[in-house]
Design a protein around this ligand. Structure first.
Ligand code: SF4
Length: 370
């Protein structure tokens, strides 16, 4: 998003259209009655809001719930997060995916320690200057945790407001995003910015649903909604075409010596940076090619078994994986740099392995083939 649009989530003195004047009170009242009890809402602090909002980027509420308190137990404050051991951080993030968020979170914590004395800043512009914090997250921390009258506009809010205003522009374009953000900014009530912001999001999650018919019959703002009145709500918001994911065919090798399994640490930059993985290669390997790759590590294959294919969707890439389980003898020389061969319990408890490999990780406790 351009700087021009980034600034749009800040305070906006423009007056809202008169027909929408009752909207803030309707949203706030509805939210206070109907909000879900979520761990990060029971006790609110800037740190808890920061962590939950970063976790909720690209991950569903239900999936975040079990990780939130566990992460906070491991890293209870900004200082502990700023000093986090990378492997421990990745392990605490395991299961949430999109690990670059965890790396940026640590970088953000360091910046807060260095530039703001360890205190999460209150102002929207200071928040926006931190690594990994975009306009939505800056607005969410400012409004939900600090009670600042600023907007927090995510995909839910864009959908709800596009429907309420019957805006048929493409919400993926900066122009339409900016227009709807300006509208929300003009509506934020000074006495309840957090409940208003969270109320719009909650309405989008529970009533004005994505990819399904909105539940207009139970909606608190139906009387104001132009999309409903014009019978076009279900067709909104309009979204332009996204670029197709690139297909990447890969071969994954689960190389085991008894109860130990070979892992490789990925490079510090790029996709899944710094995480542990089963050795894997571009292309679909034959059994012979798989065994040649194992021998290249200085290991002697004893047995090979084909594993079920699996696939994983990243934002821009789709991995289509075939796999082999290769049983090898006890290594008789040091493993190459960047490789380890931990016991299964150790591997599962200490090593962060991306969910892209979950089809292979979850079979590690299966009995070995004879
Ligand atoms: Fe969404 Fe329907 Fe409510 Fe309009 S009336 S905001 S379309 S749920």
């Amino acid at each position: 998003m351009s700087d021009r649009n980034r600034d749009r989530s800040g305070e906006n003195p423009d007056r809202p259209p008169a027909c929408l004047a009752p909207l803030p009170a309707l949203i706030v009242d509805w939210y206070r009655e109907n909000r879900r009890r979520l761990p990060w809402r029971e006790t609110v602090s800037p740190y808890r809001t920061l962590i939950s909002e970063i976790m909720l980027q690209q991950t569903r509420v239900e999936a975040v719930k079990p990780y939130f308190e566990r992460f906070l137990a491991t890293f209870p404050d900004i200082v502990s997060l700023s000093d986090a051991d990378d492997d421990l951080l990745n392990k605490a993030w395991e299961g949430l995916g999109y690990y670059s968020r965890a790396r940026n979170l640590k970088k953000c914590a360091r910046e807060i320690v260095d530039r703001f004395g360890g205190v999460i800043p209150q102002s929207y512009s200071d928040l926006l200057s931190l690594s990994g914090i975009g306009p939505y997250t800056a607005g969410a921390i400012a409004a939900f945790a600090y009670g600042q009258p600023v907007a927090a506009v995510d995909g839910n809010v864009l959908r709800v407001t596009a429907r309420i205003t019957a805006d048929s522009g493409d919400v993926l374009t900066p122009t339409v995003k900016g227009r709807l953000t300006d509208l929300v900014s003009s509506l934020v009530p000074k006495d309840a910015p957090g409940d208003f912001g969270q109320g719009l999001i909650e309405l989008g999650a529970l009533v004005c649903l994505p990819n399904r018919p909105p539940k207009c019959d139970v909606c608190p703002v139906r009387a104001l909604c132009r999309g409903y009145a014009e019978g076009i709500a279900e067709r909104l918001p309009v979204r332009g075409k996204k670029t197709e994911r690139k297909l990447d065919r890969r071969t994954v090798l689960v190389i085991r010596s008894g109860t130990r399994t070979l892992l490789h640490k990925r490079p510090a930059r790029g996709l899944l940076a710094g995480l542990w993985e089963f050795p894997n290669f571009s292309g679909g390997f034959s059994e012979k090619e798989a065994l040649d790759a194992v021998r290249a590590y200085g290991l002697e294959p004893l047995r090979v078994v084909s594993l079920d294919p699996s696939r994983h969707l990243f934002t821009h890439i789709e991995w289509q994986m075939t796999g082999y389980l290769v049983l090898v003898g006890e290594p008789d020389r040091p493993l190459p740099d960047g490789f380890v061969m931990p016991e299964t319990d150790d591997l599962l408890s200490r090593y962060a392995i991306p969910s892209a490999f979950s089809a292979y990780t979850r079979r590690l406790r299966d009995p070995l083939p004879r």
